[in-house]
Design a protein around this ligand. Structure first.
Ligand SMILES: Cc1cc2nc3c(=O)[nH]c(=O)nc-3n(C[C@H](O)[C@H](O)[C@H](O)COP(=O)(O)OP(=O)(O)OC[C@H]3O[C@@H](n4cnc5c(N)ncnc54)[C@H](O)[C@@H]3O)c2cc1C
Length: 333
């Protein structure tokens, strides 16, 4: 591992000052469960690492604007235990799916949302696009875990965040602060992620010197929600495909629906047509299945990941049924 300066700010403003030095060649440390791997593998080379943990404002869960504001340092365990979040079932489903108590207690929501892709070409030093010279290692090589949607350009990795699909299905916003100490902006989480066209572009809109300070979720009201993740292992594992649904069902008919898929595209994938189809319909095996068909209708699988289309379809169908209280199964493959 290369040497770096280590900074422990006490406030958000101090953190931004530390991040602004070294022309933005700095990194944010939250739970550290992934950043330490990235540093060890030399995939990030910051001159300074800024440890957010002492900043108390980033640990709070408070009511705000009729919804809930969650600090970026809130851990997975704290999320699942807080009574203010009990009605956001799709988020709790995600915590339940991370089957390692160590990760649940150390991993943070901010770290999950900003988690860099697990693509093995990226993790072996070939950049986010997995390119060696002019050749796409992903197109030509082992792409079994790669994108089946939104993969027409050079980016073919899948977004790694487990919480983003559920949070986006709740119309969540993120508060981005920096690079100036007084700069802060709330952005819909849906627009936080980007599909890069070059290796240097990153996969979020965060610029050097910025960080995510909070996530905001609207009041759940009468909405119900669920996440269904297709996992290969029963222990700690990344989903092969996942889906989150948020529904408003009145008198047996869907009045409002949001469906977002995870681990199928370089960004969390909003399944608009599928959600629109459910409006005015009851949720049952047939309608959930038809919505799931629509969610994957435009899939363009790569040479080795055709199987993911069926997994994504199943995830959508079961997330919709689960959100409507009609799925009794457990989150196992
Ligand atoms: C061995 C191991 C295996 C794991 N396997 C899995 C797995 O199979 N499935 C799974 O779901 N999880 C897994 N994880 C955990 C995963 O890394 C965490 O769940 C979580 O996503 C990271 O949270 P963190 O707070 O530790 O992030 P960190 O490691 O501190 O940060 C992750 C990234 O986000 C950036 N970052 C962090 N916070 C912010 C912020 N507020 N603003 C801007 N950028 C930020 C960091 O700079 C870094 O690039 C694993 C962890 C370990 C150690």
């Amino acid at each position: 591992m290369r040497n770096f300066e280590y900074a422990r700010p006490d406030t958000e403003a101090e953190a931004l000052e530390f991040l602004a030095d070294h022309q933005g060649q700095t990194a944010v440390l939250a739970g550290g469960t992934d950043l330490m791997n990235l540093l060890r593998a030399d995939l990030v080379q910051p001159k300074r690492v800024v440890d957010l943990k002492p900043i108390s404002s980033l640990r709070e869960i408070t009511a705000m604007d009729g919804g809930v504001k969650i600090g970026a340092l809130v851990t997975l365990t704290e999320l699942a235990r807080d009574p203010m979040l009990a009605d956001y079932r799709s988020l709790i489903d995600v915590v339940d799916g991370v089957r390692a108590v160590q990760v649940q207690s150390a991993g943070t929501i901010g770290g999950d949302l900003c988690h860099l892709p697990n693509c093995w070409y990226f993790r072996n030093g070939y950049g986010l696009l997995g390119i060696d010279g002019a050749e796409s290692l992903v197109s030509e090589g082992d792409n079994r875990y790669h994108a089946i949607l939104g993969n027409q350009g050079p980016a073919k990795f899948v977004n790694a965040s487990r919480f983003a699909p559920s949070a986006i299905a709740w119309n969540a916003k993120v508060r981005i602060i920096g690079p100036a100490p007084d700069q802060a902006e709330w952005v819909p989480l849906e627009y936080f992620y980007i599909t890069p066209k070059t290796n240097g572009q990153g996969n979020t809109i965060l610029k050097p010197g910025q960080l995510v300070s909070h996530v905001w979720l609207p009041d759940p009201g009468v909405l119900t929600s669920a996440t269904y993740e297709v996992l290969q292992m029963q222990g700690l594992d990344w989903p092969l495909a996942s889906a989150s649904a948020t529904l408003d069902i009145e008198n047996g008919l869907v009045r409002e629906a949001r469906i977002v898929m995870g681990h199928v595209a370089p960004v969390p994938w909003v399944a608009q047509e599928a959600a629109r189809f459910l409006l005015g319909n009851p949720v049952n095996d047939d309608t959930a299945g038809r919505a799931a068909d629509m969610a994957v209708a435009r899939a363009t699988p790569l040479s080795m990941n055709e199987y993911k289309v069926q997994l994504a379809r199943t995830a959508v169908k079961r997330a919709v049924l689960k959100a409507a209280g009609q799925w009794e199964g457990v989150n196992l493959p």
